[in-house]
Design a protein around this ligand. Structure first.
Ligand code: NDP
Length: 282
């Protein structure tokens, strides 16, 4: 039996992950709750790798209201849901759960919307007719492609260590805009306007093999990872001529705001929270 501490007086929410102790979600949701004067209890729970489903069912049983899900459970979360949004189906993963009657579990992914909101509203990056390169072909990359395509880029290319995964994602999108894929070796004669790092290599302070000629003039580089110090990808971008270099803190807050909106039907002010987190980062 899973023993989750509940606050009996408030609506209960949690983020499930492993590891979880560095998660900013409890802080972000508490700031949103304060800002919108909605009282909630939001905790982070470190879930043993084999116990994800048990935690979700225990939370449901105790009448918890909603869950966020982070690494490494997003695909597992997709499987446990009885109902999925269209964008969750396209991404094959979910980061936001909420419950209906009986054992109904709804799942959505807000990562893609969070990313695009940060890029186009917070940083005013123009994507239309731009060439976009995405490094990596994991869960977060699957979530960002559809919202990127809606901004009408000239092309999107996915480069990944395991080529079959890049190919599988590229082939899911057969619309007017070309989604192509290649290996890191094949990047040598190519250059792009926007380069997005969706690999998990920044977590290990490493960089995939990138040619020095990869960036077009005025290029924008975005690392999905957030870090108090510049990630190695951000350092690479700086020394190879990028004009705009961004990390994933804005995406983190924006995806949390989308989850908050799903649960509470209120869109919080994200700029205020991003400013607060940047100011208090240590
Ligand atoms: P996944 O584990 O699903 O994917 C990881 C990707 O990194 C894969 O494409 C993998 O390639 C690649 N990779 C790992 N190691 C290497 C290596 N040694 N060389 C080359 N490529 C490598 O991770 P996610 O998609 O969930 O997360 C990716 C990043 O995005 C993380 O840094 C995460 O923190 C960040 N993120 C940020 C969010 C935010 O709100 N800011 C939200 C979600 C994610 P291969 O397929 O070959 O294994």
């Amino acid at each position: 039996m899973i023993d989750i501490k509940f606050n009996e007086l408030l609506d209960n929410y949690a983020v499930l992950g492993n590891p979880i102790k560095h998660s900013k979600s409890p802080e972000i949701h508490s700031l949103f709750a304060k800002q919108t004067t909605i009282n909630i209890y939001y905790q982070s729970l470190e879930v043993p790798l084999t116990s994800f489903n048990d935690y979700v069912y225990a939370f449901l049983e105790k009448k918890g209201k909603g869950l966020n899900v982070t690494v490494p459970f997003k695909e597992q979360a997709f499987k446990i849901c009885t109902h999925h949004t269209k964008r969750a189906i396209s991404a094959g993963s979910v980061n936001t759960l909420w419950f209906g009657t009986g054992a109904t579990i709804y799942g959505d992914t807000t990562d893609g919307k969070g990313f695009i909101n940060d890029l186009i509203y917070n940083h005013k990056v123009e994507i239309k007719n731009k060439s976009v390169l995405i490094l990596g072909a994991g869960g977060s990359v699957r979530a960002i492609i559809e919202p990127l395509l809606k901004q009408a880029p000239k092309e999107i290319c996915i480069v990944n260590r395991t080529l079959t995964k890049a190919k599988e994602i590229a082939q899911m999108f057969t619309g007017e805009i070309h989604v192509t894929y290649c290996s890191y070796e094949q990047l040598n004669n190519q250059s792009f306007d926007i380069v997005i790092n969706g690999t998990s290599l920044s977590l290990q302070a490493k960089l995939p093999p990138l040619p020095k000629t990869l960036l077009n003039k005025n290029a924008c580089c975005y690392d999905l990872m957030y870090s108090y110090n510049q990630t190695v990808f951000m350092q690479w971008a700086k020394s190879n001529g990028a004009s705009l270099i961004l990390d994933g803190l804005g995406m983190l807050v924006e995806q949390a705001a989308e989850s908050f909106n799903i649960w509470h039907k209120v869109k919080p002010n994200t700029k205020e929270v991003i400013r607060h987190l940047r100011k208090n980062q240590k």
